[in-house]
Design a protein around this ligand. Structure first.
Ligand SMILES: *[C@@H]1O[C@H](CO)[C@@H](O)[C@H](O)[C@H]1NC(C)=O
Ligand SMILES: *[C@@H]1O[C@H](CO)[C@@H](O)[C@H](O)[C@H]1NC(C)=O
Ligand SMILES: *[C@@H]1O[C@H](CO)[C@@H](O)[C@H](O)[C@H]1NC(C)=O
Ligand SMILES: *[C@@H]1O[C@H](CO)[C@@H](O)[C@H](O)[C@H]1NC(C)=O
Ligand SMILES: *[C@@H]1O[C@H](CO)[C@@H](O)[C@H](O)[C@H]1NC(C)=O
Length: 782
């Protein structure tokens, strides 16, 4: 009997041995250990010791330091302490128990979220630069260093020419990482490039996705990174245009800043493009390199701060005095869509400027609609063509709904040929709809918003003559098609229109509050131009990013909060040039409290459905760079204030250690209401009054100033401020005040209501938005 059992047992054991590795799926994780203990100038030996300690820590779990070395693909050794490694789920759970490890999370993929805009913001006037322009005051952002975390850079772009630039600032410690003969060269403008692909590659390998390793360079094969980097800090380039439209001098917000590209975003795999392990490594490197401003036009859904790699990594930047500017996301206009919501981030929404690229649609029934377009080709403007709805042009094997959206393979070319095709926005990209119309033989495209997009329209470089119109106008087009046997339409050639009104209008795609993680912090913080922005582009791709499209453009017009974010990064660069000692919070406060909430008709800023927009859409309002240089007062914050904020949100000492290098003792008395943010949100005002404390620092006149308060109360809310005047004697002096909020009646406020609190000395106007609700704290996610 024994003899029989033994071979059976042995084969069972072998079965298990051979099956285990195949069953245990590895995933890439970030093992986060907080910060490194502060050493002023860490030596090479220090870095080596830090990495060895990571090998030892993981090695003790995996059985040998060699196994750990194989598993670890990043050892974060400068500011961020921790590593990224391929681990089995059980191993990840086990390492999380180590007392040196503060948290372990999956290497998650994020998504990526141009130059009339500076004229619109008053930095120039019809090409001339007025004396009070922040550009003059800040010497065009001379010598600030802006780091951009994106798809890399097209280094040959004229926007990165270094004509007239002095030597590279001596504090710069970055490199120009150029391998594989892809020829990325740096100069005195583009002073550094690095690329980070290990987290991306690890994710792809664990999902059995084949990647082309020869494309791992800092060169931009997408266009997004070149566009955002040149928006923040591009040099002056006369005669820039997109396919002939919008001709003028292109330039970034800080035209004389130095720029550095950190490539962390790659062609999408499973919906992720920019992976946390890479973003963390890039931010760690950029702090050490010496950047002054970080610009991140990427993100994913809102996340609690301790589980969010970008929130954790950027906190290290803030501790080192670096301002971090992020995009709010393109998931609007539905509520609660805003992302990058940590209070140390500067979160930017998107709105229009006063320039339109216009193509009019005319119908056979004499109706006319203003649409947006950047099509390079045009139809004869007075000629009517047959018009067909994409639903009526559906292929036999396609559904009406898919055809109406002009998705691939849904259109019948025999029905479309020679006609103007009407498609509805949604699901597939707008330029893809143009491509499908082109493939089916259409002569033109009318692209209409569906109801969720309202009336916000965007100019795209379609492959055929096209016009993008709003929802209401689109309904008229469809009704006209239904009303007649032989519908006809025409499209006018594209015109560049300036000084259009009203502007700004909030973009329909711009993600909006409330802040689902911490409703007491208003997000987004600000809005800036993000619709049809013209800036430099990669010449590795076409303006539509469709492979079939063989056109190449040095400049392109694109839209997104990805485009508004670097506008603010450029403006931060200007303030940094003038006020090098200001904290990130002071710079942010200066930009927020000087923002405007009215459009160029002097009416309240509207949203894309023509309703009044609110601070939930735009935070403090639309950025005004000239005013931001001299805000008068700032609401400042120290690193300890951020710890207190986290304490007040219920973070215990273990969680605080995620952010701090040393143990931090939470003060018992600190309340969230008193966190010194430049906007004021009371999310839970019920029967008892709520009092908030704020402290302002005089950064205006050396001989002080007498500031008086004025308040616009939110509907149904009584606001009293104490004291009502603040007298400053010197620069740097701080004064505190209290604002008490009380419901006027016993009925609760179901939605948010808005007001403002303004301090003014007659010269400066320091404005904070107020947002109040009785139920705003019930919408938290955890
Ligand atoms: C990989 O990318 C390089 C550079 O873009 C290209 O030349 C090459 O053909 C690609 N190889 C494959 C297998 O796709
Ligand atoms: C753009 O403007 C420049 C300078 O005014 C001019 O020389 C150039 O021809 C213009 N280009 C286009 C395409 O309009
Ligand atoms: C319909 O058939 C055509 C031709 O076979 C094909 O190319 C297309 O993808 C199909 N469309 C759908 C929606 O299945
Ligand atoms: C409208 O657009 C949204 C967002 O792209 C999409 O999810 C939805 O399916 C579209 N609705 C219609 C009726 O096409
Ligand atoms: C701190 O909070 C975390 C998350 O809620 C919890 O897992 C942990 O046990 C807490 N630690 C202490 C010391 O209370």
């Amino acid at each position: 009997m024994g003899v029989l059992i033994r071979p059976l047992l042995l084969s069972f054991v072998l079965f298990c041995l051979f099956q285990t590795p195949a069953l245990a799926v590895k995933k890439s994780y970030i093992v986060y250990m907080g910060g490194h203990s502060t050493v002023l100038e860490p030596s090479f030996a220090d870095f080596k010791a830090r990495t060895s300690s990571h090998y030892e820590l993981l090695g003790s779990l995996l059985g040998s330091p060699q196994k750990a070395q194989d598993a670890i693909f990043y050892s974060y050794q400068r500011y961020i302490n921790g590593f990224a490694a391929n681990l089995e789920e059980g191993e990840a759970a086990e390492i999380a128990k180590d007392p040196n490890v503060v948290s372990v999370f999956l290497n998650q993929g994020r998504k990526l979220h141009t130059t009339r805009s500076w004229d619109f913001m008053g930095l120039e006037r019809n090409g001339a630069i007025p004396a009070d322009s922040a550009w003059n005051i800040a010497k065009f952002g001379e010598n600030t260093i802006i780091g951009n975390f994106d798809t890399g850079v097209w280094p040959e772009s004229e926007s990165f020419n270094d004509e007239g630039m002095g030597p590279i600032p001596s504090k710069w410690r970055g490199v120009c990482q150029s391998e594989n003969n892809d020829g990325v060269r740096c100069n005195r403008k583009l002073i550094g490039v690095r690329y980070f692909s290990k987290g991306y590659a690890a994710f792809a390998a664990n999902h059995n996705i084949q990647l082309n390793a020869s494309t791992f360079t800092a060169r931009d094969h997408d266009g997004h990174g070149t566009h955002t980097l040149s928006t923040a800090g591009g040099s002056f380039v006369p005669g820039a245009n997109v396919l002939g439209y919008g001709n003028g001098t292109a330039k970034g917000g800080s035209p004389k800043a130095r720029v550095a590209a950190y490539k962390v975003c790659w062609p999408p795999v499973d919906g992720g493009e920019c992976f946390d392990a890479d973003i963390m490594a890039a931010i760690d490197a950029a702090i050490a390199d010496g950047v002054d401003v970080m610009s991140l036009s990427l993100g994913s859904g809102p996340q609690e701060f301790f589980g969010d790699a970008i929130a954790l990594a950027t906190f290290h930047a803030i501790k080192n005095g670096i301002t971090v500017v992020t995009s709010a996301g393109n998931d609007g206009p539905g509520p609660g869509t805003v992302t990058n919501i940590a209070p140390w981030m500067f979160t930017v929404g998107a709105s229009t400027m006063d320039r339109d690229f216009t193509s009019y649609v005319s119908l056979g029934n004499k109706m006319h609609f203003k649409g947006a377009s950047l099509s390079a080709t045009a139809l004869p403007s007075d000629k009517l063509f047959p018009l067909i709805s994409a639903a009526d042009a559906k292929a036999a094997n396609a559904s009406t709904d898919d055809a109406l959206l002009c998705q691939a393979g849904t259109l019948d070319p025999t029905k479309v040929k020679g006609k103007i095709l009407a498609c509805i926005r949604g699901v597939n990209p707008r330029v893809d709809k143009g491509y499908q119309a082109y493939l089916a033989g259409a002569v033109g495209l009318i692209l209409a918003n569906n109801v969720s997009d309202g009336n916000g329209i965007l100019a795209d470089a379609h492959l055929l003559p096209a016009s993008h119109i709003g929802y209401t106008d689109g309904q008229h087009v469809l009704a006209y098609i239904r009303s007649t046997k032989n519908p006809v339409a025409s499209l006018t050639p594209v015109m560049t229109q300036l000084d259009t009104k009203p502007a700004p209008i909030m973009a329909s795609f711009s993600s909006v509050g409330p802040n689902l993680v911490e409703p007491a912090i208003l997000k987004p913080d600000i809005t800036a131009p993000g619709v049809s922005v013209m800036a430099a582009y990669s010449e590795a791709v076409s303006p539509t990013n469709i492979e079939f499209d063989k056109r190449r453009v040095p400049f392109n017009s694109i839209s997104g909060t990805s485009m508004s974010c670097p506008h603010v990064s450029g403006i931060v660069g200007l303030i940094k040039s003038v006020h090098p000692s200001w904290s990130p919070a002071a710079i942010k406060s200066a930009i927020m409290t000087t923002a405007k909430t009215r459009d160029n008709n002097m009416q309240p800023i509207r949203d894309s459905s023509n309703l009044k927009a609110t601070p939930i859409d735009y935070g403090a309002g639309h950025v005004q760079p000239n005013r931001a240089m001299d805000p008068g007062l700032v609401y400042d914050l120290t690193v300890d204030d951020y710890y207190n904020f986290l304490c007040a949100r219920g973070y215990n000492e273990t969680l605080i250690r995620l952010f701090s290098d040393q143990p931090y003792e939470c003060p018992k008395s600190f309340r969230l209401e008193n966190f010194n943010y430049p906007s004021i949100t009371v999310p839970n005002l019920i029967a008892n009054p709520v009092t908030v404390t704020r402290t302002v620092t005089n950064v205006g006149s050396a001989n002080g100033g007498a500031y008086k308060v004025s308040v616009k109360e939110p509907a149904g809310v009584m606001v009293s401020v104490e004291p009502t005047s603040l007298d400053f004697k010197s620069i740097g002096e701080k004064k505190s005040f209290k604002a008490t909020f009380k419901l006027k009646t016993s009925s609760k406020i179901e939605d948010f209501v808005f007001g403002q609190l303004v301090w003014s000395d007659g010269k400066h106007v320091v404005r904070s938005p107020i947002a109040v609700s009785s139920t705003g704290d019930q919408i938290k996610i955890s």
